[in-house]
Ligand binder design. Sequence first.
Ligand code: F6P
Length: 548
Amino acid sequence: MSLITSPAWKSLVAHAREAESWHLRDLLQDAKRCRALRVAAEGITLDCSRQLATPRTLELLEDLAQAAALPQRLAAMMGGERINATEGRAVLHTALRAAPDADIRVDGVNVVPEVHEVLGRIKSFATAVRAGRRLGSTGEALTDVVAIGIGGSYLGPEFVSEALRTDPACAKAAAGRRLRFLANVDPIDVTRALEDLDPRRTLVVVISKTFTTAETMLNARTVRNWIVKALGKQAVAQHMVAVSTNLTAVAEFGIDPDLAFGFWDWVGGRYSVCSAVGVLPLALQYGFPVVERFLAGARSIDHHVATAPLRRNLPVLLGLFGVWNSTFLGHPARALLPYCQALHKFAPHIQQVDMESNGKRVDINGQPLPFAAGEIDFGEPGTNGQHSFYQLLHQGRVVPADFIGFKRSQQPRQVKGHPVSNHDELMANFFAQPDALACGLSAEEVAAQDIPAELVPHKVFPGNRPSTCLLLEVCDAQAVGQLLALYEHRTAVQGFIWNLNSFDQMGVELGKVLATKVVAQLAASRRGEDRIKGFNPATTAMLKEYLG
Ligand code: F6P
């Protein structure tokens, strides 16, 4: 039976019609309801009381989760079954942060020892580089790292690195070191990444699961030329290392296979932060103990998602309310609003995790989905976002939002004479905005402010705009690992409910194929073969304009 014909689905459709008469302003007056929609676990408080929902909604969503076999599907994922059906692969990013004594099998073979073998190699390598025991070709310490990669081989590591940069313990561990990322094939990005760097002190980490991605390979060759030009060809061995599942291509590129850190086909690119993809650059910059705390944070959420009852399960609740908002209430987008500047690269990472995973049009069996799946994710740290797109959130379209805040700042400050700390000032907004979105301001309330009648409609806030609040202790390595895993599992939960494959990404292929065709045309045209062939009139005209 298809899920949409199940009693659970039909009940939710009917329930969504009832919800049309509710207003969050009223729902928020019910303390019992608010308590029922607030969950604390693993040092995190999740407040769903500003979702357009009642405890009954939660019951119905739980029924839907059971009807979709969510617990069994999560268990199959974390148990190593080949749930990525279109690619015949297991989906085991959780094994990347499993404890050394865990036993997680793919086709009967425990993968955990291999994971810890690579982690051990990274630990020794990074420690040797940081301690100045492994030097560059001229005998100088390798103080700077350029990590070259794109998509999943870039966004997650950059998010985590930026989140930790201002954590005092991490900053101390990174003193005197620099970590840069190079992703875009735009040559401007090369210039920015290499700015002020000295090749003698630079270690380049080429990160690519396939080691064939056009952008990464051209950037890797560009930076290799930079090293060779300054230090000679023989320097590549001391200045370039790789992270990949394609160790043959790594060797062909000229990187010493002993300096290649592998991972496995059961790690999807966008789920690879906890593999060597993220662990190597992060260990080089912050040291291995920091990475261990980050992995422990992610592991705590893996344990939680696997063991907590659905109703108290943080990623499950995030995912279920995502389905409620997008599929049943019809809100296609979602704003990610961390009230923490250190998380300024969180939204770009989750954009890939979520949209590349669930931006699908067919179900796992290839049947067209009878609803629009996937959410449009975007975001910006508060309070910057408030001065940018919140106007639309308050008075334009309804966009459910995730507010993420911390009890303590990485960098506490207080101006003498100011009544609260700078962090309290930030967090005042974290508490105010969800209520402003939920409760709004009625025409009567506006009129009572003695405002010219013609301005009243402009000043009305309809409210009834749902949001979720996540409150954590402080943005440290452990919390960043937790956030990462929370949102990875949130996406998986939604994909399981929607019955699609969250672990392939065939929609990125067509553009790549066409770009290869354009490259061939540009090469021919640059050689002087001036006829542009095989493109539609619009593209032909634009290519002519470009080539001049
Ligand atoms: O954009 C498509 C994609 O395949 C992503 O899924 C992946 O994270 C990225 O390209 C980079 O791939 P690779 O790690 O193989 O270079």
